[in-house]
Structures are given as structure tokens and as C-alpha cells.
Ligand binder design. Structure first.
Ligand code: FAD
Ligand code: FES
Length: 277
């Protein structure tokens, strides 16, 4: 990756396209108005940006695109003041962006390993970038597996990508929903039910896990029972952020600042923070 320049003051970006994903979740494709930044905004998979919605405020958001040749976008769930205001915007409207911030996923350290992604619901958003990156560098990794679960078929994120991923030879995808519908022909059951059906690699394996706390804890238990070590389990933490650059302490958990030390942590680190994910 060429040298990363951090945008410290919000740069204006125009919403080029809005895609409805699932209920209350939309993807916003963005283009920086400043031509020098557009196309040169370098980031690492796993980093995040701060997005300003003018008149409403600023919030932290992951970067789902791969750092290489992927359209720049964010995927946002409507949950509070700022994300509600973002959801009310239309194509052509402007937002502010600063970043990228945070540490990013440790791709150099995991080269040569099998990679398991386990995602629940919108936990697929922060993992999308990593999945696309790993698939683009297929030769650097061993087996690549995705275990993904949502409440219902309508709650599956990035359905168009899931369809593409299921066609990729060597990308082992396993999808489940808690509650099926008459049209749903796939697996029904919570995500841990997949662990009885999938032969997962244990040696030389790293697992990326993102999802709601109840899913996260159950998945960690399954992985560790099979022998995957806590320093080989990677996740991202979300905390309310203000500055994003280690100045305000808003995102502090004990001695760690999620905005600068994270948001990517191993489970070994998360355990020492003594907090629920
Ligand atoms: C690194 C990182 C990456 C993220 N990536 C994404 C992403 O890709 N997509 C996405 O949709 N979201 C993402 N988030 C979450 C997003 O930043 C938050 O949901 C943000 O707070 C939304 O702002 P809001 O004003 O819309 O909602 P808020 O008003 O901030 O409310 C959001 C939720 O937090 C609760 N809340 C409000 N204030 C506090 C407080 N002081 N302490 C604890 N809880 C509080 C609210 O009750 C509500 O449930 C990410 C967060 C981080 C830190
Ligand atoms: S958000 Fe200010 S220190 Fe992390």
C-alpha cells in the first residue's frame, strides 16, 4: 500500500448511489469532491472513518470496501440521531469524511493461514472488506470459510455478494437463518448449529468473528472448544467515539483507546479488557 494520508478535517463527499440492504440498513456510495483525495484515499481493511451528517453530528463507521479496486462506500444501520439523518439524505447530498483511523486487520501476520469468518447479522459489514481482500489474495491463504447467520432470509446482509461468493471455487460458504420461510431452501438454525455440520480447520487457522454479543460469546466457545487459540480469534470493538484520534478518551476501555489501539483486537486482548464486546 502506498503511503497513507490521514484526512484530519472533514472533507466533503457526495452521495453517488444509495442501496437498500435490509430493513434499516443502507449502503452509501461516496465520492470525494476534492479530486486530489478522490481515488487517493488509502485505507487498510479494518480501519474506520468519522462521517459527518451536516446539522446532525458525526459517527464512526467501518469501511466495507476492499482497499483495492472497490467502490468507496459505507453501510449504515439507522439507530440514532446521526444515522437517522444520514438515512434521510438522497443521491447528490453531501457528507463530511475524515480518517482513516484505527489499526486495521493484521494481514501480514496471518499470511499462509486458514481463515474462518463467522458473522452474525450486520456483523458482516466490518468483515466485508477483509473477505474481499483475502479473496483477492487467495494464493496467500489456506482454506477460506464463511459461516454467516441472520434472523431470517430478509435479514441477510449483502445478498448480491453472498450469491457471488457462493459461486467462488474454494470459498467455503455456509449460511443459516434462525427462522426460515417457505421459499428458503438453506440451513435453518442459529449460527452455532453450523459448527456440527462444517469441518473447520483448527491448526494454522485464524478466525474473524463479528456479531451481536450473544452470538459472539457462543461462537467463541465453539471455536475455543475445537482448539482455536484466543490470540487467533480476531474481532472489532465498537465504542462511542468523538475525536477518533486518541485525544478525548471517549472510547476508552480501561487503558485501551478503541479509536487508536483498535478497533481490531484479538480475543486474548478483549478478555483482558474485562468488558462485554
Ligand atoms: C469502529 C466503529 C465502526 C462502526 N461501524 C459501523 C458500521 O459500519 N455501520 C453502522 O451502522 N454502525 C457502525 N458503527 C456504530 C455507529 O458508530 C454507532 O451506531 C453510532 O453511535 C450511531 O450514531 P447515531 O447518532 O445514529 O446513534 P446514537 O445516538 O449514537 O445511538 C446509537 C446507539 O447507542 C446508544 N447510545 C447513545 N449514546 C450512548 C452512550 N453514551 N453510551 C452507550 N450507548 C449509547 C443509543 O441508545 C443507540 O442504541 C461503528 C462504530 C465504531 C466505533
Ligand atoms: S474517540 Fe477520542 S480518544 Fe477515542
Amino acid at each position: 500500500m502506498s503511503e497513507q494520508k490521514i484526512v484530519t478535517v472533514p472533507e466533503i463527499a457526495t452521495i453517488e448511489e444509495i442501496k437498500d440492504e435490509i430493513v434499516d440498513v443502507k449502503t452509501f456510495y461516496l465520492r470525494f469532491d476534492n479530486k486530489e483525495i478522490d481515488g487517493n484515499f488509502k485505507f487498510k481493511s479494518g480501519q474506520f472513518i468519522m462521517c459527518t451528517v451536516f446539522g446532525a453530528g458525526e459517527f464512526a463507521v467501518s469501511l466495507p470496501p476492499s482497499p483495492e479496486n472497490d467502490r468507496f462506500h459505507i453501510t449504515v444501520r439507522r439507530i440514532g440521531k446521526v444515522t437517522n439523518a444520514l438515512h434521510d439524505l438522497e443521491v447528490g447530498d453531501k457528507v463530511g469524511i475524515r480518517g482513516p483511523f484505527g489499526n486495521g486487520f493484521p494481514f501480514e501476520e496471518i499470511k499462509g493461514k486458514n481463515v474462518i469468518y463467522v458473522a452474525g447479522g450486520i456483523g458482516l459489514i466490518p468483515l466485508r472488506s477483509s473477505i474481499v481482500h483475502v479473496l483477492q489474495h487467495r494464493q496467500d491463504f489456506g482454506r477460506i470459510l464463511l459461516m454467516y447467520g441472520s434472523r431470517s432470509p430478509q435479514d441477510l446482509m449483502y445478498q448480491y455478494m453472498l450469491e457471488e461468493w457462493q459461486k467462488i471455487e474454494g470459498f467455503e460458504t455456509f449460511i443459516t437463518v434462525d427462522n426460515g420461510t417457505p421459499e428458503w431452501k438453506g440451513n435453518v438454525g442459529i449460527i452455532t448449529t453450523l459448527f456440527d455440520k462444517v469441518e473447520i480447520p483448527v491448526d494454522n487457522t485464524v478466525a474473524f468473528v463479528c456479531g451481536p454479543p450473544v452470538m459472539f460469546n457462543a461462537v467463541i466457545k465453539e471455536l475455543m472448544q475445537r482448539g482455536i487459540k484466543d490470540d487467533m480469534i480476531i474481532s472489532t470493538l465498537e465504542r462511542h467515539m468523538k475525536c477518533g484520534v486518541g485525544k478525548c478518551q471517549h472510547c476508552a476501555i480501561g487503558r485501551t483507546l478503541v479509536c487508536t489501539d483498535g478497533p481490531v483486537y484479538t480475543y486474548r486482548q478483549i478478555k483482558t479488557l474485562g468488558e462485554q464486546i
